[in-house]
Design a protein around this ligand. Sequence first.
Ligand code: OXD
Ligand code: MN
Length: 585
Amino acid sequence: MYNNKYVNEWVEQMAALTQPDEIVWLDGSEEERIRLTKQALSTGELIELNQDEYPGCLYHRTAENDVARVENRTFICTSKKEDAGPTNNWMEKSAAYAKLGTLFEGSMKGRTMYVIPYIMGPASSEFSKVGIELTDSIYVVLNMRIMTRMGKIAMDMLGDSPDFVKGLHAKNEITPEKRYICHFPEDYAIWSVGSGYGGNVLLGKKCFALRIASWLGRKEGWMAEHMLILGVEDPSGNVQYVSAAFPSACGKTNLAMMIPPKKYQEKGYKVWTVGDDIAWIRVGKDGRLWAVNPEAGFFGVAPGTSMKSNPNALLTCKKNTIFTNVGLTPEKTVWWEGMGIPAPEQATDWKGNPWTPDLPEKCAHPNSRFTAPAAQCPCISDKFEDPAGVPISAIIFGGRRAKVAPLVYQSFNWAHGVFVGATMASETTAAAAGKVGVVRRDPMAMLPFCGYNMGEYFQHWLEMGRKIANPPKIFNVNWFRVDENGKFIWPGFGDNLRVILWILARCNGQVDAVESPIGYLPKPEDIDLEGTDVSLDTLKELLSIDKDVWMEEVADQAAHLAKFEKLPQELKDQYEGLKARIEKM
Ligand code: OXD
Ligand code: MN
């Protein structure tokens, strides 16, 4: 037991429901890590990787039916439906407790309940928040050790306060029909049952740091956003920070850890990672926005991560990392598609079956993951643990758009920037080459993560804008424009720094722009192309906006915005403004 009566009472209640044989109160010590790892190795829950090549690394496979976040099984459970809004699945609060209660009842019989106290945010920050997760999975415990500041440090921060987010997780039966990820923002509680996959069970991440925290942020006047945070250091040593929201699978981790093009490295430019997935953002005393990464680790997608695409990510997960659902070689090393090294002649695939490169099946699941300590990242920012966070000069939205959005543009002002975020979209790449994919509107990349009514979330963004004396400028980027053959035009990766430098130059008032119907566009000559094989004409094409394409875009935006009963008038006005400007083009 701990020295906090609220925690102890709640654990007792949850134990009465789930009936574990034993309760283990975790302290986060090294001895504890070794003991639990040994136990999980002995049951086969985890496999030890080659300790010469991957010291401290472990391997895990989830059930075949449990490999990703399940948005259709994720609920916001409030007293009133309108508080969940039009974009969330909703269950009435007490009905949800009752329904999940029957699944949790006795679910830990014969098992151990682990009590994980953890902090989201740096331990010394007044903005950080404490959560407690109860789970019957050692895999969850060891992942939470990496993803959060956990153990005694969290109980010390909580003291005798009742102010903690209550997370309950039980694997129960890993059956899709019995899987529920339920959030009770009115009670600061999360109940997750029937899954062992990270995004559903590491309750500090999407469940707390985005869904519950976005609700809290609205109540308390701050923002919890699905954003990376990075710093760009110029040759004089000055560092400026930007945050960026892209939907899942648009390269947030790669951008957060990008390596500057050679020419920029030689000049002394550096990129520093503060976070790759989540930002908690507040207004500082200086009237600027300040952002903290609440997480302590990266839960990154493995396939496609190579020394070419993201060397910093690969180097981060060379030690003390848990790999989930990747391929396993006979030497007990890991392999995945797009790792940039030849496939092993034989391996065991993510399902545990023998695998050879001639087989049509993938060796690693496309959503296989690494869980790695952020502090191991070669480009981790020295402000990563800073209790105040970092000041944000620019907010960047973006998505995959084959034709519509130019490489980069700047919004006219905060309210217009909120509109750009609210109408953000990304396209799924269609199987047929050259075919434009399906458009999914994903406002601020928060569609699956906003813990309340999204119309009110837009309103909150607008209101935050009024509280910030020196607001960051808001931009939109699109690294994914394709040519008539369906090939990406912009090289992406480290060359994205060229675009970020234009963005910072705009924030610093160092460069002019061209006013267009959708926002301020760069003058083509202001984006440095030296060292790329992109010609000035190609860049002009990347920056072009097509009236017919934008007429369609505006029509599609109208259908999207119509879903929000609580759409703020300011965003309606922004929409009408854009439509009129496009029509006049
Ligand atoms: C993630 C996601 O796993 O956004 O970070 O899906
Ligand atoms: Mn994410």
